[in-house]
Design a binder for this molecule. Sequence first.
Ligand code: DQQ
Length: 655
Amino acid sequence: MAITESLLPVTSEQDPLSDSRSDPIPETRRRRPIKIHLAVFSGFLLIALYVALIVTHDGSVSKNGANEDGTVVESRARLAGVSEKRNERIWRFSDDQKTVAFAWNNTMLSWQRTAFHFQPEKNWMNDPNGPLFYKGWYHFFYQYNPNAAVWGDIVWGHAVSKDLIHWLYLPFAMVPDQWYDANGVWTGSATFLDDGSIVMLYTGSTDKFVQVQNLAYPEDPKDPLLLKWTKFSGNPVLVPPPGIGTKDFRDPTTAWKTSAGKWRITIGSKINRTGISLVYDTTDFKTYEKHDTLLHQVPNTGMWECVDFYPVSKTKANGLDTSVNGPDVKHIVKASMDDTRIDHYAIGTYYDSNATWVPDNPKIDVGISTGLRYDYGKYYASKTFYDQHKRRRILWGWIGESDSEAADVQKGWSSVQGIPRTVVLDTKTGKNLVQWPVKEIESLRLSSKKFHMKVEPGTVVPVDVGPAAQLDIEAEFKIKKDDLEVILGDDSVEDDKEFSCQTSGLSTVRGALGPFGFSVLADQSLSEQTPVYFYVTKGKDSKLRAFLCTDTSRSTKANDVVKPVYGSFVPVLKGEKLTMRILVDHSIVEAFGQGGRTCITSRVYPTKAIYGATKLFLFNNAIDATVTVSFKVWQMNSAFIHPYSAEDLGVSSRT
Ligand code: DQQ
């Protein structure tokens, strides 16, 4: 197919991911704009560099400040050896330090609570833990502070659902009641044994803040709700091995079978600045044999938290049980980078015989800044599980707040979970995963409207959808063929290969072929808005490349919020249309480009664009290209997540 016949010409026909996914800082500005923008963005860059220099290694926040006498106050998280919220310092230094934090009122804060994303009734939540499907119920455990809207006193919260969307809160599954988890029942994973029984491995922070691994199992396997958990009397089952820091040994994975019939797990750690993944074999989950070799290691990536390891099919669309191996399978290693709070994954080959894994492309290895990410926005400490019920692999990710800790305390809660996503290898490119919200989310779709709109260069068009705080949007974009041909044949349209969502400016910067997309959570005057958009560039070779970005810089008038531009390159193959899906749910926006090849999750906190004032717009800031957009918008119902009752569970009484 000739280039101009597709809605968007091929952006990289041969090797969609041959170039870096994270976007380098451009040496020169090659788009038509603009000296003014250059100056402004250089300023931003300097501020960002300054912030990067002053933010501490673990990014810990307000409680880590100095006393009046100059002594340093250590936060519980820092003492424990994990990071907590890091936004405070960022926004304080991005604004005039004398500026008083924004005066949030309860009307604004109440609006921020989501309607169909999982979040507890109140207080702090972080990592997803031990997700599984058992006797007709999806189980979700999570790191939870029952006492405050900040990290600390971590227990395992527990919820169940029949469909991964409508959740019922259950009593806590595990609390810190033993010396080996006195400072927190931390992240862990579930494994189904051959007889269908469940074992749970989790990290305990001991009474002396040593990170150890513990074993727990359901007290009553006949109980589909898995309400009660028994901790193994011989805990801890693993302590930090020689050479590993006592606070650098956490988050055991789901176990998988070796060819010798043993179980194998991996646990994240670091040696100096090298992120590593230790490997252990076991037959009973009580005693373990450590491999001298590592599953994988990458220099200069720091501590690896929440490592995940799983197979993906090279040929089929279904997910695979964690123990599957063979020639039709690639293996994913994901690690959550404690230093950057980014979840990085890489695709590679697993060698059962020596318990090692090798990336397909060392240039995009785990944790490398130019490597692959599940999500180019806010998304951390993720974990997958194999859903044996529907033969799919499901990804959960913790979405923290981008506001200040003071605002979290005022609103009484902090963090949500992303909508669970199916995750498969992109069999078309073979070089990235594809993530998509689970099908069940569509049960929340209410009324819908279809649109077909032509958006001229430099215009903003209101989209009449009524209330716009709970939406599911699916859209296809087409750049006018004549405009494309002119631009492709016009040497004066300069090469823009170095484009980067993060560093090339806001959604207001105008290029030949973008940006264009939706402004969500906008007020009528667009004084607050969050543009989610494509930016198409023309490379030196005249090939077009597409980027998916979300610009949160104008998302709120509040000053105590971190407001980056997020995004990355998105592979578009020959003949493909440019497609985008956006889930809007109050303070969270999840964007999926090209069927989920590139995903961006953002937290946004409008002060005006709330309740009935929340609007949706289409915009096209391209200089030269008219864009036609076909799209459908659904109003989304609430998932009405609530505490369980006998009625919900279909049982007579269970308390
Ligand atoms: N959160 C847990 C740790 C993990 C970290 C503590 C990642 O187990 O390493 O709440 O967010």
